[in-house]
Design a protein around this ligand. Structure first.
Ligand SMILES: O=C(CO)COP(=O)(O)O
Length: 253
């Protein structure tokens, strides 16, 4: 049985005082069974050392992006050696906001994924279609191309450290959640792709999580879908609602 995965992507939100308050009032009060649910939070990089030092032991920390290069003359970047060096176990890569505002192409996301895995980090790899792509019937093609550029860079064994996050761009921050059926349809497509392109082991073990306007109200229905293995939560991860979302996963089976 796959362990559920619930990630809180805090994006570029929170002063340090707000991060401290979120940790103290919500994250450190989360109660869940670590054999059933893996919980990861992703603050801005500047806050990560404080969060690592102050977070409860059952919650892991992620950064929101890392470089496609090793350490060197790359002003403003954070390289995977530095992430590894601080003992940060996870990195989110290919988020649609990075693709949209920072020009990250499928190829760049593939390269970043490989270098992160070469340094034994765990990767939350984000894929998802835009509204217009869905409307023109291109959802699966878009996702397939995003997955293929990651596949090109990885060995079969490296997939064991990848969580795939399906985040339809039209659902992010809009309040327009994918319905459980819409989410399941794409998750099942991704799982079938894993089986045919990577192998049965990856098909069975890879967590495929959903992101896009997940709240305490829709989490329980989404998690009932057979191929929804958890969530990547944005807005609701900054609030007490995150505890209800973790509870929805924890109570689901
Ligand atoms: O982008 C997301 C998580 O990475 C989802 O954001 P929202 O939950 O705010 O829609």
């Amino acid at each position: 049985m796959r362990r559920y995965f619930v990630g809180g992507n805090w994006k570029c939100n929170n002063t340090i005082a707000q991060t401290q308050s979120l940790i103290n009032t919500v994250i450190n009060k989360l109660v869940f069974d670590i054999n059933k649910v893996e919980v990861v939070v992703a603050p801005i990089s500047l806050h990560v050392p404080w969060v690592q030092a102050n977070i409860q032991k059952n919650v892991q920390v992620s950064i929101q992006n890392s470089s496609s290069t090793k350490m060197g003359a790359y002003t403003g970047e954070i390289s995977v050696e530095q992430v590894k060096d601080l003992g940060i176990p996870w990195v989110i890569l290919g988020h649609s906001e990075r693709r949209q505002y920072n020009g990250e192409t499928n190829e760049i996301v593939g390269k970043k994924t490989r270098i992160a895995l070469d340094y034994q980090l765990n990767v939350i790899a984000c894929v998802g279609e835009k509204q217009a792509e869905r409307e023109s019937g291109q959802t699966t093609q878009v996702i397939q191309a995003q997955l293929e550029s990651i596949k090109k860079e990885l060995t079969i064994e490296q997939w064991a450290k990848v969580v795939v996050a399906y985040e339809p761009v039209w659902a992010i921050g809009t309040g327009q959640t994918a319905s459980p059926e819409q989410a399941q349809e794409v998750h099942a497509f991704i799982r079938a792709w894993l089986k045919s392109q990577i192998g049965t082991q990856a098909e069975q073990a890879t967590r495929i999580i959903y992101g896009g306007s997940v709240t305490e109200k829709n989490a329980a229905d989404l998690i009932k879908q057979p191929d929804v293995d958890g969530f990547l939560v944005g807005g609701a991860a900054l609030k007490p609602a995150f505890a209800d979302i973790v509870a929805a996963a924890n109570n689901s089976r």
